[in-house]
Each structure stands twice: as structure tokens, then as C-alpha cells.
Design a protein around this ligand. Structure first.
Ligand code: FAD
Length: 451
């Protein structure tokens, strides 16, 4: 494949077309080290107009394009398979002024989540999505994956924050819906369609986002529980009694042990327990009393720690948030992010060890999740050459429980083969028809999401 390098240099400036392996390397492998591939070149536009020109050139030349934001994705969707133009959006990092009256802001695709959060907070508001990769993940990537994270329980995932978007289609044409209308009944919702499309339908260059009220009085509790079922059983009561509930995260003893091994954190309790639920409440007035009252007589509660001060809260959150880094420090994991109907979550947790052991006897399993969404992050270390077999066994177990093979990370390259476990042939054909209509030459992210 001959790359139109001169045309690309004219479009974005020669210094923003990288071909030297030393310069392209950091774009060519993912955060986990599981996915890597050589790009033909890396192109770094700085505006929607430049993105449009790059796509027009590549589409006309029949050159495939891989789209990348902060490269924190965990399913290989932003990593080249070999030879593509890698389009990095990180230079589109302009952030508009916060519209306090409308509680909205416009952000370029390359703005990081933490920059967005800081701008919202400086204006007395906040952003509804939060996740541990906040310092690198970009709003373009968050939209493309319909990212979830630790506040979905309160504010929904990325789609719920999205009021508008500007995007460049494969042929270079631009669609722009950035007015931030609270209601708009004029036909197909293209903005929503782009959300979760993993860079296969268009390149998001800017977004208009909803902001949420800023609540600064917080309380975090780590509950030791007798079982996963006890954690699930707690949820209806918590929803009823704690309108301030903002997060409910499930972790287990082996995950905490791994976090402690790599962070030096002390043990949270004197002894290990079957399951742990990390709860966060956020309100205008201190929610500590309400949280303590709501959980103190909970069935299956074995022990608890509560933190009302910021340092104590950070320390409790560390047991959950450092899971991904601790797992990665042990080796390259098979990472599967799944969800099942909430009532089936205990069955999934119970069945996983035997399911993994049956195909990879020496593998180590570490799971944690956003309990409210029936979500589980399934990490398998030391699977060796059996990663495909492990993936297959776990995803089939999830499908047998009427679950989804991707809860929030997307399908990427990692799970394309298994898409049919979660979507019917008719649905996949409809998705393919949309893809073919918007990107007839298959320029954008080939091999991602759709077989
Ligand atoms: C420590 C850690 C914790 C995480 N926790 C969570 C979590 O709790 N919840 C969660 O949902 N995810 C989580 N993730 C995954 C990841 O952060 C999200 O998927 C995030 O949305 C990716 O954003 P990014 O900018 O890094 O995108 P990238 O990794 O660069 O790309 C991800 C996908 O989006 C596409 N894409 C990127 N930018 C654009 C664009 N502008 N237009 C069109 N397509 C684009 C890419 O082609 C690719 O398919 C975590 C990751 C890490 C490393």
C-alpha cells in the first residue's frame, strides 16, 4: 500500500506526519501490552478541517485509517493491524467556556477527562463520567466507546452526557450538531449513533456535553460482606434510602491482595472476607450519617470502614482503582469486561473460577466490577497461549446467562469473533448496513467491532 505522505504533510504540516519508528512507537501498542501493530504513519491534525482533509485524502487513495485518542482503550480498537494511517486526535484539545446557565460545555475530541472535570469544577459544576484512566482518556475516545466508569449508577454512561457532536465521515464530509439543544425531534439521532461506534462510522472532532451539579460533601465506605449475593441484596435498600449514592464497586480478597502487593497499602481489615463493596455517597450536606444508618443493619455485613475526610476516601478508593494497574504489573492479562442481569451476577462470580480452570489450569483470575450494572471486569493472568480459549469459555458463560460480552470497553479487535454471542445475525446485518452507508470503502477502523 502506497501512503499519500506528501498530501498528508500538506494537510497537517510535515512535523505532524510521523514515520520514524522511534516517534510512532508509543502509538502502536496499547496500555496492557496485549495489542500492538505497526502504523504506516501517525498523522496529528489540529482542527476539524485538517481531520476532514486527512480523511478525504486517505479515502480517495484507498488507505485505511485507525483512529486514536488517549490510547487507554482495553480492546485494541485504536491500535493498527499493520500499515494503516494512524490518526491521533490529541491535538484537538480546545475546551470552550462553560455555559453555567445551560450546564453545558463544548470540548475538542482530544481534551482529557481530567481537564474536562477541572474546567467543570472551576465553574461550580462537575462532569458525570469518571474513570481511573482520567488523565489520558479523551472525550473523543470516551464517546466512541460509550465509556461507563464509577458514576454510571448516578449519572449514566457517556451517551447520557452527550448533547451534540461534530464528526468527520470517512469521505471527509463534516456533520456538526453542537447547539446543545435539550430536545431535538428531527429524525435519526446521529450523535447517539456515533456514541459507541468505536471509530467505525466517523471521527468525532468535538462534543457538546451536559454538566451536573457539583456536590462536594462525600463519604466513602468499604463494606466486608459474606457473599456477592449479599452485595446484590443490599442495592435496593441503598437506592431507596440513599439518593446521594454515587458509586457501588465490587472487589474481592485476591484483587485487594494484588493491589497491596504493588502499592504497599495496609490490609483494610484484620482478616479476609468473601466480598467487598465500596460505596460512595456525594451530597450538599455530609452524607456520612445517612450512609452509616443505611448499611449498619445490612444482612451479611461482616465489617466496615467509613471515611468522611478526603485522605481517608482516597485510601479506600485506592483498593478499587489500583486494580487495573496492579493486574498489569503482574503480566499481560486477558481482559474481559462483561455484564449480566443483576440477579445473575452471583452465579457468574461463582462459575468463573471453574470455567477458567477447565481451559487454563494454571491461570490466575482477578475480578472486580461496577455492581449496580451487573458489570464484572474479568482478568486472567498466566493464561499463556490459551488466551483465545479463556476468552471463548468466559464469553460463552456470560452469554449463557443472557449477558453482554462487552459492558463498557467496547468490542474493538479483541472480541469481534464473539460479537454473535451478544447480537443477533439480524442486528449485525443492520449494523453492517449502517457502516456500509457511512463508510462504503471501509476506510475507518477496519477489523474493529464488525467482522
Ligand atoms: C486504568 C484504566 C481504567 C479504565 N476504566 C474504565 C472504566 O471504568 N470504564 C470504561 O468504560 N472504560 C475504562 N477504561 C477504558 C478506557 O479508558 C476507555 O475505553 C476510554 O473511553 C478510552 O478513551 P481513549 O481516548 O483512550 O480512547 P482510545 O483508546 O484512543 O480509543 C478507544 C476507541 O475509540 C476510538 N476513538 C478514539 N478517539 C476517537 C474519536 N475522536 N473519534 C472516533 N473514534 C475514536 C478508537 O478508534 C478506539 O476504537 C479504563 C482504562 C484504563 C487504562
Amino acid at each position: 500500500m502506497t501512503l499519500p505522505l506528501d498530501d498528508l504533510r500538506s494537510a497537517v504540516g510535515a512535523e505532524h506526519v510521523l514515520v520514524d519508528a522511534d516517534l510512532t512507537r508509543s502509538y502502536e501498542s496499547d496500555w496492557t501490552g496485549r495489542f500492538s501493530g505497526r502504523a504506516g504513519c501517525v498523522v496529528r491534525p489540529s482542527s476539524t478541517a485538517e481531520v476532514s482533509e486527512v480523511l478525504r485524502i486517505c479515502d480517495a487513495a484507498g488507505v485505511p485509517v485507525v483512529v486514536q485518542g488517549g490510547n487507554t482503550g482495553l480492546v485494541g480498537g485504536g491500535i493498527p493491524a499493520g500499515g494503516e494511517v494512524l490518526l491521533s486526535l490529541t491535538r484537538l484539545d480546545s475546551l470552550g467556556e462553560v455555559d453555567v446557565a445551560a450546564a453545558q460545555v463544548s470540548a475538542g475530541a482530544g481534551v482529557t477527562l481530567s481537564s474536562l472535570q477541572a474546567a467543570a469544577r472551576a465553574a461550580g459544576l462537575d462532569f458525570g463520567v469518571d474513570l481511573a484512566a482520567r488523565d489520558s482518556a479523551t472525550v473523543g475516545g470516551l464517546v466512541a466507546t460509550n465509556a461507563g466508569g464509577i458514576r454510571v449508577l448516578r449519572y449514566g454512561s457517556m451517551r447520557a452526557q452527550l448533547l451534540g457532536a461534530e464528526a468527520v465521515l470517512a469521505d471527509g464530509s463534516v456533520v456538526s450538531r453542537m447547539a446543545g439543544l435539550a430536545k431535538d425531534g428531527t429524525g435519526y439521532d446521529l450523535v447517539s449513533l456515533l456514541c459507541g461506534s468505536e471509530g467505525t462510522l466517523g471521527v468525532v472532532t468535538a462534543v457538546r456535553l451536559r454538566l451536573v451539579p457539583r456536590v462536594t460533601a462525600r463519604c466513602v465506605a468499604l463494606l466486608a460482606l459474606s457473599s456477592t449475593q449479599a452485595a446484590v441484596d443490599l442495592l435496593p435498600g441503598l437506592r431507596d434510602r440513599l439518593p446521594s449514592l454515587a458509586g457501588a464497586e465490587l472487589v474481592f480478597a485476591d484483587g485487594i491482595a494484588l493491589v497491596r502487593k504493588h502499592s504497599g497499602l495496609p490490609a483494610p481489615f484484620d482478616e479476609e472476607h468473601p466480598a467487598y463493596l465500596l460505596l460512595e455517597c456525594a451530597d450538599r450536606v455530609d452524607p456520612t450519617d445517612a450512609l452509616v444508618e443505611a448499611v449498619s443493619s445490612a444482612e451479611g455485613l461482616l465489617d466496615a470502614r467509613v471515611a468522611s475526610d478526603a485522605a481517608g476516601q482516597r485510601a479506600l478508593w485506592a483498593y478499587r482503582e489500583q486494580h487495573t494497574e496492579a493486574i498489569n504489573a503482574e503480566g499481560v492479562p486477558v481482559k474481559l469486561d462483561v455484564s449480566v442481569p443483576l440477579r445473575s451476577l452471583p452465579s457468574l462470580v461463582a462459575a468463573l473460577p471453574e470455567t477458567v480452570r477447565a481451559v487454563a489450569p494454571d491461570a490466575r483470575l482477578v475480578v472486580f466490577g461496577h455492581v449496580h450494572e451487573g458489570n464484572l471486569h474479568v482478568n486472567v493472568l498466566d493464561a499463556g497461549p490459551l488466551d483465545e480459549e479463556v476468552t471463548d469459555a468466559v464469553l460463552r458463560l456470560v452469554a449463557s446467562l443472557s449477558g453482554s460480552i462487552s459492558s463498557e470497553h467496547g468490542v474493538g479487535r479483541a472480541k469481534v469473533e464473539w460479537l454473535g454471542l451478544s447480537r443477533s445475525a439480524t442486528e449485525i446485518a443492520a449494523m453492517r448496513a449502517i457502516k456500509d452507508a457511512l463508510d462504503p470503502r471501509g476506510t475507518l477502523n477496519p477489523g474493529v467491532l464488525l467482522p
